[in-house]
Design a protein around this ligand. Sequence first.
Ligand code: MG
Length: 253
Amino acid sequence: MPTPADFAKNATEAKSMGFNAIKFDLDQANDPGKYDRYNWTASPKELDRMVKQIGAAREAVGPDIDICVDMHGRYDTPTGEKVAKLLEPMNLMWLEEPIPAENIDAYKKITDSTSTPICAGENHYLAHGFTKMLSSGAVDIVMPDLQKAGGLGEGQRIANLANLYYVPFAPHMVATFLGAMATAHVCASVPNFMIMEWQIYFHTDPMFKEITIHEGEQVTNSFVKVSDKPGIGVDLNEEAVKKYAAQGYPFFE
Ligand SMILES: [Mg+2]
């Protein structure tokens, strides 16, 4: 289990790489302070561990770097309320999925209880999946995953729907560099773009470097440059994809 010092180290590294925001996972099933591995109510020790980890990250990077925190929907509503309240002094960019995605009324209860911005959306689908969440004020920020939520056009519709409620659009993004740049094009085309999730594996994992082809540097100091070429401006390197594909399964042909 990562210690507060690990959180501080990772935060410092990300800052030194030029990133202006960092996201951490707070749900840690192997935390010995949990009531038990399966309990979705956080114990006092577990809450203390969360506060110390994020506190160490905040102290390491100072007040000017944004910090986001994800709980992956693994807790109950009273825990969500407690964590949101306890993390208020850390000035988070957002607290993500403190509870499972389905119950919008429970989200609203947490959002109404705290000054910590509450964020969700990676487990909601199509613009229709966001209508009640937005009209009831259940979240402060939406983060649809455009690979899952309906694609680029639907991503624009979700963003524009959120914009009617003055809610920022911050897409979830766990994909290849092609998926990242496709998402970036949507972000560049909507008025309420806030921030797009980015993956460190683009910079560190040889597979992710090999499987796409693009020209020039596309990220500088946390800002993505979208290509003005036709399409996304990134191609798949099919030979590299075949090299890394699970053997014995058909390729996309
Ligand atoms: Mg998440």
